[in-house]
Design a protein around this ligand. Sequence first.
Ligand code: SF4
Length: 389
Amino acid sequence: MGASATAVPVALESRPTGVPAGTAAADVLATDLDGLRHMVEGATASDVERALRTRRRDLADFAALLSPAAGDRLEEMASQAHAVTTRRFGRVVRLFAPLYLSNQCVSTCTYCGFSAPNEIVRRTLEPKEALTEARALMDAGFRHILLVSGEHARIVSKDYLVACVEALAPEVPSLAVEVQVWDTETYRRLVDAGCDGMVCYQETYDRDTYGGAHLKGKKRNYEWRLAAPDRAAAGGMRRLGIGALLGLHPDWRVEALALAAHAQALIRRWWRCEVTVALPRLRPAAGGYQAAHPVGDRDLVQLLCALRLLLPDVGVSLSTRETAALRDAMVPLGVTHMSAGSHTEPGGYASETDAEPQFQISDTRSPAEVAAFLRAAGYDPAWKDWQRV
Ligand code: SF4
């Protein structure tokens, strides 16, 4: 962003604590996660058997499928997850690309390369530079673009984001944002400008872990963030993406329970919206960050299969954080959305840049290579499945 970045300070809006009644966020807070966690621990082989055989599963079945006891039935879970995904989604994977608008951030989050204390090269794209990036992505085939930025109320303001969406919307059929969380009115402005989706990972659903990972900045407000997908839906967003950063909390199973409860609640409350869940595992980032509690491949696969069996209609997104081999292996188990050829630094597609990436990626294949893999595996890479009217 140019000279305007040094403009006068703006008043920061206060954000309420608590979540409104009648929201998916309220449903999550009312979920007995401790009780479900005990069900995971106490699940027996017959609980797993019942969860595998039943047709309509609930969170208790999900708990059984997440349990160590279900680890012995992983092949059967994978086979069922594959069948459910194929029935519901066909053999189609939607491809999208993140477009990083800015790595400016005033928040301190322990796991993120953009964290304010990190001395990195910072850059914010002008809207016309964002359009240049979008055109580079369109040349590579993408029609779904996810606009990503750090949190800076002045440099990455709501007006700036609306201007970026307005610049891209005439050419890009589908735009989503993964930026700081906003009020309903701002989401409505973004929708009116041409945005149809919002992504907001809660990062961790455990309040203590959340407080320990988000040391400074507005992102510290757990409840304001938890209710962001509700506000986005109320503002007219058609697609909602949620996720938990696996590796922040020592117990991936309790994160999975909360994430599934959140997805289930969003589907119930906002049934007109398409809900997508991401299962990102933490990656090394600037500042020397390493995941404190790495989640293994087998655990990730069990989580994906259990999620698919609980929520047949939910989209599942897998990013380039994961290796090419693991991504390829997980496609048949329930993945429906993949990024490809990603750059996590602003300006990385259309030109060389020295701006710092948010995290290291693992799958470095080009979009064409990912699409070729999908076709060879019998899947249709869907570059476009939505057109704004
Ligand atoms: S996670 Fe988001 S808010 Fe936190 S440091 Fe990174 S960009 Fe900033």
